[in-house]
Design a protein around this ligand. Structure first.
Ligand SMILES: [Fe+2]
Length: 352
């Protein structure tokens, strides 16, 4: 909510403004749901923890949010859509482990939060899809990749935003190997994603899995205890889910007759947490030395010029049923209302 509040100034439509408000209201309520649990079940310690939770603010120098992705500024609507696709989806997977909790108040709270996350991810997948749709339309119409002059976001900038948001979201899963995660699981505080569907003993003592890592400048795998690698287990489920959206966006490109495709970068790309931290891995999974990385990184991550290009297209469109030029309209409205429905009433004259 703190990251996204400025987006109301540049909403590409009243329909999108409405979706932003729903996401913000629900995320705000998720915070209060956690504060409630701390107050209701954890005594003085819980109240103190809740106080700190409420004091922390995104990007605040003295009291920032604990996780990096929640301190990154959401500068424009493309980033918002990438955030709701990739970062809200991290939320879905974290909540998925907590809805298995033996601590019933937490499990029930997470079930209701998961229902709301579904809409946030819908905003993300359709938001990126509509952006790609407009981009593909302009590429086909003008027979060029360089569509900024025609008011669309170039596909390579969309790819950079995707690379960034996916990599910072992978960091949210923490270290691949974590004794804490194993202890929480064994204590029944957390489950795995879709625990009831797992066909093992649900105890995992002696169970193992493969883990990728970087050694001597190359990607290698080693066998690790599964109980220690539950963060990785969850991250793998998340990564597979993320790939589904990229496939959907590529279908839009294919349908428009555009040959370029979006890719989901390698799990080691641009990582600050876990086994890949301190190494440089390209989006296609090559381990790079410092100089090669430095020479190529501007092709892979959004820089100031990319963000400025996107920002230049972020003009508000507050006429009902109209959309900013960089994004296609949705197929249908929300709650069976038409696309041009008056979802939001603006009080200031001249805007409505
Ligand atoms: Fe969310």
């Amino acid at each position: 909510v703190e990251q996204q509040r400025i987006l109301g100034n540049t909403a590409p439509s009243i329909y999108d403004l409405r979706n932003l408000f729903q996401v913000n209201v629900e995320e705000g309520r998720h915070l209060w749901a956690m504060v409630y649990l701390l107050h209701a079940y954890f005594g003085r310690e819980g109240r103190e923890e809740a106080e700190q939770l409420l004091k922390r603010n995104s990007g605040d120098l003295d009291a920032p949010r604990i996780l990096g992705a929640f301190n990154e500024a959401t500068t424009d609507w493309l980033q918002f859509f990438m955030f709701t696709y990739f970062t809200d989806r991290d939320g879905k997977y974290q909540l998925g482990t907590l809805k298995e909790s033996a601590f019933d108040p937490l499990a029930r709270t997470c079930q209701f939060m998961l229902k709301e996350e579904a809409h946030h991810m819908f905003v993300g997948v359709t938001g990126v899809q509509r952006t790609v749709e407009r981009t593909a339309e302009l590429m086909a119409e003008h027979q060029t990749r360089d569509i900024l002059a025609y008011g669309g976001i170039p596909l390579d900038i969309i790819q950079k935003y995707l690379n960034f948001q996916y990599s910072v979201s992978l960091d949210l899963f923490g270290s691949e190997q974590s004794t804490n995660a194993g202890n929480y699981y064994t204590a029944g505080l957390k489950g795995r994603w879709m625990e009831p569907r797992r066909r093992d003993d649900h105890v995992l003592i002696g169970a193992t899995r493969e883990m990728s890592y970087v050694e001597d400048g190359e990607l290698r795998t080693r066998t690790v205890p599964l109980l220690n690698a539950l963060n990785l287990d969850l991250r793998d489920e998340y990564a597979a889910d993320c790939a589904a959206g990229v496939k959907r966006w590529n279908q839009v490109l294919e349908a428009a007759g555009v040959t370029e495709r979006l890719i989901l970068p390698h799990e080691g790309f641009n990582r600050k947490v876990g086994v890949y931290a301190g190494h440089h891995v390209s989006p296609t999974g090559e381990v790079l030395d410092e100089a090669t990385w430095a020479a190529r990184v501007a092709d892979w991550l959004p820089g100031d010029a990319d963000r400025a290009a996107v920002a230049s297209l972020m003009v508000p469109e507050y006429e009902y049923g109209k959309f900013a030029g960089w994004i296609a309209p949705p197929r249908t409205g929300i709650n069976d209302q038409p696309v041009e429905f008056d979802y939001v009433h603006l009080l200031e004259e001249g805007l409505a």
